[in-house]
Design a protein around this ligand. Structure first.
Ligand code: HSE
Length: 439
């Protein structure tokens, strides 16, 4: 491999788990990148809240700065890597870096889920790239696959387990029969779940990732606010057991589908057939099931978080940008963000089967729930008290429109018939491949 024309200088903002992993991967692989790819990477500046982090990671003296402005204003820095997460002040950092003509690599899903179109436009205007492989699925190369290897396709469905914390909790609830709150407390003690687990357990983290992947796959603006979101707090051991009886497991799915009425984008717990590949994705692992009209079904599996898996994606992005820079040429600027803006299909228009669990104190609740569902035109496949608890009623519907189900639930609540404990959509995974070409 030819010697690089020049060294590529990186400014690293954030030296936490992912920033630390990124620094270590670059430092450990520098010689290999030089000899294998002709790319010489150096971390020229690094910013963090704790000054001692730079030395702990083995960064040379003089690399550390407490002020991110030193990085975005430094004319020698080619690529700014933002790894602090959260929308603020990361938005200011990324905007400033792009406006100063720096390429930006980020893992920041919260920020991109809401601002991808605007930031890509700023990048394009300044002739630089904004890369985000690590923002969805951690180490899984799904962004690259959607942007490159799968571009020949019309993307039909992206369905993924995009949050490791909730997958870890649901896996343990499934294998141990434990309550959500017990497993969450344990996951926090073991460091799998954040002290404030809201973004994970209520679905926001996965919704940001759905927005990013849908925007890329469908070449259209989809933001986190467009994604319907329901978390896993209400899932109980009874639900897990009922799913098992139906031959299913419960997973928090992030789904983006291209439909005739627009993009169907949602995050919620779903019953998935135990035979489906996504059902076998356990613990904190992530996976993305992607269907294209030509390729058909594909499945990507890997670690969605963690220092080194995420660093793998971050450094992959850095090397893509560094490759032309090393040869003395400019990387292509960010392309036009989207060629179109597709409508977002309202969740009320979703048609699927539903599992409902109610708590009641009334003797005639079964008849009254059945009547409310019938009144909204919802076919009922089964309705019965739980064998171990006559005051818990579980219902399985046939295919129904979400809007009708919500209106029946409002009737049930307003009439004081029963309290809804859980609503889980039974996902028709066979439907995900609708539109794929026959072989
Ligand atoms: N909190 C996220 C998860 C980390 O649990 O998957 C990766 O985005």
């Amino acid at each position: 491999m030819a010697n690089p024309n020049r060294t590529v200088k990186i400014g690293l903002i954030g030296l936490g788990t992912v920033g630390g992993g990124t620094a270590r991967v670059i430092l450990e692989h520098r010689d290999e990148y030089r000899s294998a790819y002709g790319i010489d990477l150096v971390i020229a500046k690094a910013c963090a809240l704790e000054p001692e982090r730079a030395a702990e990671l083995g960064l040379p003296e003089g690399t550390f700065t407490p002020d991110w402005h030193d990085i975005v204003n430094d004319p020698d820095i080619d690529i700014v890597v933002e790894l602090i997460g959260g929308e603020h002040p990361a938005t200011d950092m990324i905007e400033a870096a792009l406006e100063h003509g720096k390429h930006v690599v980020t893992a920041n899903k919260a920020l991109l889920g809401r601002n991808m179109e605007r930031l890509c436009a700023i990048a394009r205007e300044h002739g630089v790239q904004l890369r985000c492989e690590a923002s969805a699925g951690g180490g899984i190369p799904i962004v690259n696959a959607l942007e490159h290897a799968l571009v020949a396709n019309d993307a039909l469905t992206i369905a993924g387990i995009l949050n490791g914390t909730t997958n870890y909790i649901l896996t343990r609830m499934t294998t141990e029969g434990s309550e959500f709150s017990e497993v969450l407390a344990d996951a926090q003690r073991l460091g799998y779940a954040e002290a404030d687990p809201t973004a994970d357990v209520d679905g926001f983290d996965a919704a940001s990732k759905v927005a990013i992947l849908a925007s890329i796959a469908f070449h259209s603006r989809v933001t986190t606010d467009d994604v319907f979101m329901q978390g896993i707090r209400s899932i109980s051991p009874v639900d897990i057991d009922e799913a098992r009886k139906l031959g299913c497991v419960i997973k928090l799915l992030g789904i983006a589908r291209r439909t005739a009425e627009g993009v169907d984008a949602r995050v919620h717990p779903a019953m998935v057939p135990a035979s489906h590949m996504l059902a076998g994705v356990n613990g904190a692992m992530n996976a993305v099931f992607a269907v294209g009209d030509a390729v058909g079904e594909t499945m990507f599996y890997g670690a969605g978080a963690g220092a080194f898996p995420t660093a793998s994606a971050v450094v992959g992005d850095i090397l893509e940008v560094a490759d032309p820079l090393s040869r003395g040429t400019a990387p292509e600027p960010e392309p036009e963000p989207y060629g179109r803006v597709l409508a977002i299909r309202p969740i009320d228009d979703l048609e699927t089967r539903y599992y409902l669990r109610f708590a009641t104190t009334s003797d005639d609740a079964i008849e009254r729930i059945a009547s409310a569902l019938a009144g909204a035109g919802i076919p009922v496949e089964s309705i019965a008290p739980h064998p171990k608890d006559q005051l818990t009623i579980t219902v399985l519907t046939g295919t129904a429109r979400e809007g009708s189900v919500q209106s029946a639930l409002a009737t049930i609540a307003e009439a004081g018939i029963a309290q809804l404990g859980s609503l889980i959509r039974i996902e028709d995974t066979g439907f995900w491949s609708t539109g794929a070409k026959e072989n």
